[in-house]
Design a protein around this ligand. Structure first.
Ligand SMILES: CC(C)(COP(=O)(O)OP(=O)(O)OC[C@H]1O[C@@H](n2cnc3c(N)ncnc32)[C@H](O)[C@@H]1OP(=O)(O)O)[C@@H](O)C(=O)NCCC(=O)NCCS
Length: 299
């Protein structure tokens, strides 16, 4: 059996070094380029603990000092000032899945600036509009070594109270036309994605759809910050609010999201669906029923 390798990635090396003196442990600053590459490519699990412990595919263990700087905090109620950063995270996190379908390579030449910038800006505009419409938007903020803060993940929920009156309100599909579509966006693909989602929602939940539930419209985590519990923190917070309002929750998951949602008690409803060529899953979360002795708050 190969010996385990240990690495410590610390925001603040001296205290950690003192704690670990005498052990054969390699100390690496958190921003170290090689270590960032290692985390991205080789890490399979990352657990928030007193120090965050990471289990890698090579059976190495990496610990990240979270005792001082480098803490993640949930901020409830994002503002429109957060939209540019949210747009970037949305673009980067969905790059391998839905973004590939909505911003296909063959339209990149049509971009006025470059397609990546256009996508981030378009996502930012959508985010701002949705915040103004009252969609619940939460962000997780990471405090960095120099004390500056950066948003590392966000979640946006449509709740029954944020829905427009049935007679006048736009259907989700109308969102396609609301925000000025950039040239690199495949509008037909977006319309088709909304159409499929509407059909699936009606098939699984009936005519009422998710109008009486908390509906997770989008969840994205900075790809360099995955598996640190950020996504879970965001979804859990929404579910706690939903439970307080005695609401269930619904979403349409990417394959990656499905793992996270299953771990929080969501169950797949209906068959796998495709948005473009990306498989997706309708998932339902039922709040703990008090009459069944269920806890309202999640672990
Ligand atoms: C899906 C996503 C939001 C998860 O965010 P995250 O911060 O990395 O997730 P967490 O660290 O909170 O994961 C919590 C748990 O979910 C499960 N999980 C999350 N990502 C997983 C993956 N890629 N493979 C297997 N399990 C995974 C694990 O059980 C994990 O707990 P563990 O790390 O203790 O094992 C993130 O990967 C992402 O932004 N993906 C791209 C965009 C996307 O697909 N969003 C979902 C739209 S429906």
């Amino acid at each position: 059996m190969t010996a385990k390798q240990f690495f410590i990635i610390a925001d603040n090396l001296p205290p950690i070094a003192a704690e670990m003196s005498g052990l054969n442990i390699k100390l690496v600053p958190r921003q170290d380029k090689v270590m960032r590459w290692f985390l991205k490519n080789h890490v399979t699990a990352w657990k928030p603990m007193p120090t965050r412990v990471v289990q890698s595919k090579e059976d190495a263990v990496v610990a990240i000092d979270s005792s001082a700087a480098g803490q993640d905090q949930l901020r409830k109620g994002a503002t429109v000032a957060d939209s540019p950063r949210i747009g970037v995270i949305g673009r980067d996190s969905f790059g391998p899945t839905l973004s590939r379908v909505l911003f296909p390579a063959h339209l990149h030449d049509r971009a006025r600036t470059d397609a990546a910038t256009e996508e981030a800006e378009w996502r930012a505009v959508r985010n701002t509009r949705r915040i103004k419409e009252g969609k619940k938007t939460y962000v997780v903020v990471d405090t960095r070594e120099d004390g500056s803060e950066q948003i590392v993940g966000y979640a946006q929920w449509e709740t029954p109270e944020s829905l427009p009156p049935a007679s006048t309100g736009p259907k989700p599909a109308d969102e396609t036309e609301v925000d000025v579509p950039p040239p690199s966006l495949d509008q037909d693909a977006l319309r088709e994605a909304y159409r499929v989602m509407e059909v699936v929602t009606e098939q699984t939940l009936g005519k009422e759809g998710h109008s009486q539930m908390w509906y997770l419209m989008i969840l994205g985590v900075d790809p360099t910050q995955k598996r640190r519990g950020i996504g879970k923190m965001l979804v859990k917070h929404g579910l706690e609010q939903a439970a307080r309002e005695k609401r269930d929750a619904f979403l349409i998951a990417t394959p990656e999201g499905k793992y996270l949602y299953s771990s929080l008690g969501f169950e797949q409803v209906g068959e796998q669906i495709a948005l473009g060529d990306v498989p997706h899953y309708a998932m339902l979360w039922k709040r703990p029923r008090e009459e069944e002795g269920g806890e309202v708050l999640l672990n």
